[in-house]
Ligand binder design. Sequence first.
Ligand SMILES: N[C@@H](CCC(=O)N[C@@H](CS)C(=O)NCC(=O)O)C(=O)O
Length: 92
Amino acid sequence: MTGANDADAIRVVVYTTDPCSFCIRAKLLLEARGIPYHEEHLLRTPEGRARLAEVAPDARTFPQIVVNGELIGGYRELVVYDREGKLAGLKP
Ligand SMILES: N[C@@H](CCC(=O)N[C@@H](CS)C(=O)NCC(=O)O)C(=O)O
């Protein structure tokens, strides 16, 4: 799923799986803030696993959220990122 049509505007990748309530919360927060994102759902796109292993080799939980190629963490870290005002800077 993608939150915008303009692929160039997408700087956020959310690695998800099912079931995953934190994944849903992360996506809702991004949508509430109007931040476009690309979802890599690992059950639907198994090749995403290799991409996730590259950026977050130690990841044990979902979601894993990457901004501008850099792993910021999971949902809790996304909330902190938002509180710090950094999400606003990702608006197209
Ligand atoms: N601190 C993490 C917690 C994420 C979390 O616990 N996710 C669950 C799915 S909703 C998970 O991956 N559970 C598997 C496990 O803990 O091994 C965050 O904020 O994203």
